[in-house]
Design a protein around this ligand. Structure first.
Ligand SMILES: Nc1ncnc2c1ncn2[C@@H]1O[C@H](COP(=O)(O)OP(=O)(O)OP(=O)(O)O)[C@@H](O)[C@H]1O
Ligand SMILES: [Mg+2]
Length: 452
C-alpha cells in the first residue's frame, strides 16, 4: 500500500516536473497542446459570469422555466412550483470558440443591440483581470463584431530578432506585441514623431534606423541638437550633420532648396513625385534624423526669435512637401508640445507616424498620440521603466500597437556607419543633382510653390 502511494507520488512529481520543463523549453507547443484547450474551456465556461461582472450583458425578455417561491401548502411545507413564463434575463454577447495565438488567444463576439466596440475597450482591463491574463485588446473587424485578443504574458519582455527588410526605405526595427515585425516604412508614412522620457529608448530606435538604412541607396542627414554627441560617431554614413542651431538653419535651407530643385525636375518630367520619374534620373531619397527636436524651438532670449522662426518655417515646409520629393523626417524628442510654439504643433500635424515611448507626464502621451483611442494613452503611461524600447506605435493602418525595438547599441550603429561609408553620397553631390541635369530651376517661384 505504502509502495503504491510512493509510486503514485513519484509519478505525479515526474509529471509536474515534465510539464514544467516542457513549458519552460518549448512554450509554444506546451501552450497549444495543454494551455490553450484549458484556457478555451475556462473562457467559454466563465463568459456569462465575466460578462455580467464587466457590465457587458443586456436584459432581454425570454420564456423561462422558473420557480414560483412563496407558495406555502396547508401542511406548512414550502411548495415550490415551476412555471414557464416570460421574464427579463441577463443575456451575454454570443461568443465564438477562442482561437490560439502566438502569445495567448483571441475570440470573436457578436455585439448586443446598442453596444459599440468602445464599451468593450473600456471593459478591457476588467476582462484581463477576470481571466487572469496580461492584457486584453479590443478590435472591430466589421460592424456588429468585436475581437478580444488576450496575451498571457507581456510578449515584449524578451523579443527575438527578425531578419532585416530588403525593401527600400523600410526598416524592421522591432516586434509588435502580436509577434509581427515592427516596420518603419518611409514610403508609406513619410514623417515620424518619436517621443519619450529620458532613457526610454528613443536613440536606440534612431540607431536601428541607421543600421537598417545604412546599406540602402539613401542619403542620411543628422540634426543632433545634443551638441553632436549622438550622431557624430555615425558621420561616415551621414551626408550632412548639423549640431548647432545655426548649422541646422543652413542645412534646412539646403533641404528646402533641394526640394525646390526636385519640384522643378518632376514638373519638367510631368511627374507628381520622384517615384514616377524613370530610375535613371530619380534623385536619391533623403532621410533626415532629428534628435532633441525641442532644442530647435527653445528660445533663450529674444535675439533668437528670428532664427527660430526661420528654422521652424523651413522644417515645416520640408514636412509639408518633402514626401513627394523623397525627403523624409524622423523627429525624436522628450517633449513635443504646443508650449514650444505654433511651429511644432503644425509640424506634429504633418507627422502621421507616431511613436510614444515611456513618458513621465500624460500630456506628452496625449500630444504624441493625439486623438487615438484613449486606451493607447493608458497603455503608453503604463510602460514600465524596466523595459526601455517599449513604445506605443501608430502607423499606416490607423491602428495602434505596443511594440519594442531591438536593442541596437551605439557600437552596432557606428559599425554599420563605417561599414557602409562608401555608400554615403556627398552632400554637395546631392544638392547639385539637378544642376547637372537639363532642368532650369532658376525660374521656379519657390515661395509660391511652398506656400501653395
Ligand atoms: N529596445 C531596447 N531593448 C533593450 N534595452 C534598450 C532598448 N532601447 C533602449 N535600451 C536601453 O536603454 C538605454 C537608454 O536608451 P536610449 O539612449 O535610446 O534612451 P533615450 O530615450 O534616447 O534617452 P535620452 O533622452 O537620455 O537620450 C540604452 O542604453 C539601452 O541600454
Ligand atoms: Mg537619446
Amino acid at each position: 500500500m505504502r509502495d503504491d502511494l510512493l509510486t503514485l507520488l513519484t509519478a505525479l512529481a515526474a509529471m509536474v516536473l515534465g510539464l514544467w520543463a516542457w513549458r519552460r523549453w518549448h512554450y509554444r507547443s506546451f501552450w497549444l497542446v495543454a494551455g490553450y484547450p484549458l484556457m478555451a474551456l475556462t473562457v467559454r465556461g466563465t463568459w456569462r459570469k465575466v460578462a455580467l461582472g464587466c457590465g457587458l450583458t443586456k436584459k432581454r425578455q425570454r420564456w423561462w422555466f422558473t420557480l414560483t417561491p412563496g407558495a406555502v401548502a396547508s401542511t406548512g411545507l414550502v411548495k415550490v412550483r415551476r412555471r414557464f413564463q416570460r421574464i427579463a434575463v441577463d443575456t451575454k454577447p454570443w461568443m465564438w470558440l477562442p482561437l490560439p495565438t502566438r502569445h495567448g488567444w483571441r475570440v470573436t463576439l457578436h455585439l448586443l443591440e446598442g453596444q459599440i466596440p468602445d464599451d468593450y475597450s473600456q471593459a478591457a482591463e476588467r476582462l484581463a483581470h477576470s481571466w487572469r491574463v496580461h492584457a486584453v485588446r479590443v478590435s472591430s473587424p466589421r460592424p456588429g463584431r468585436v475581437v478580444l485578443s488576450a496575451t498571457m504574458h507581456d510578449p515584449l519582455v524578451r523579443i527575438d530578432r527578425l531578419p532585416p527588410s530588403d525593401a527600400l526605405l523600410k526598416v524592421v526595427v522591432g516586434r509588435l506585441e502580436t509577434g509581427k515585425p515592427w516596420e518603419i516604412d518611409f514610403r508609406t508614412v513619410p514623417h515620424w514623431l518619436n517621443a519619450g522620457a529620458t532613457q526610454s529608448g528613443k536613440s536606440n530606435l534612431a540607431n536601428a534606423l541607421i543600421v537598417g538604412l545604412a546599406p540602402q541607396p539613401v542619403a542620411l542627414v543628422g540634426f543632433d541638437l545634443k551638441g553632436g554627441v549622438e550622431f557624430t560617431p555615425y558621420a561616415p554614413r551621414l551626408s550632412a550633420l548639423a549640431t548647432t542651431r545655426a548649422e541646422c538653419a543652413a542645412l534646412l535651407d539646403d533641404l528646402v532648396a533641394l526640394m525646390a530643385d526636385r519640384m522643378g525636375l518632376c514638373r519638367t518630367a510631368g511627374a507628381r513625385n520622384i517615384w514616377q520619374l524613370p530610375p535613371g534620373v530619380r534623385p536619391m531619397p533623403v532621410v533626415v534624423l532629428i534628435d532633441e527636436l525641442a532644442e530647435l524651438y527653445l528660445m533663450a532670449d529674444k535675439s533668437e526669435k528670428d532664427e527660430i522662426a526661420r528654422t521652424s518655417t523651413a522644417l515645416l515646409r520640408v514636412a509639408q512637401l518633402g514626401r513627394a520629393f523623397g525627403i523624409y523626417l524622423f523627429c525624436c524628442g522628450q517633449r513635443i508640445g504646443s508650449d514650444l510654439g505654433p511651429g511644432v504643433t503644425a509640424l506634429r500635424a504633418q507627422c502621421s507616424g507616431r511613436i510614444c515611448h515611456r513618458v513621465n507626464d500624460p500630456e506628452t502621451a496625449t500630444m504624441t498620440l493625439g486623438d487615438l483611442d484613449p486606451a493607447a494613452l493608458v497603455s503608453a503611461r503604463a510602460i514600465p521603466a524596466e523595459t526601455p524600447g517599449v513604445a506605443i506605435f501608430a502607423g499606416q493602418d490607423g491602428q495602434w500597437y505596443r511594440a519594442r525595438s531591438f536593442l541596437v547599441t551605439e557600437q552596432a550603429a557606428e559599425h554599420a556607419a563605417r561599414m557602409y561609408s562608401d555608400l554615403t553620397p556627398a552632400w554637395a553631390d546631392i544638392t547639385s543633382y539637378v544642376h547637372d541635369t537639363d532642368t532650369d530651376t532658376s525660374e521656379l517661384d519657390l515661395t509660391e510653390l511652398l506656400d501653395a
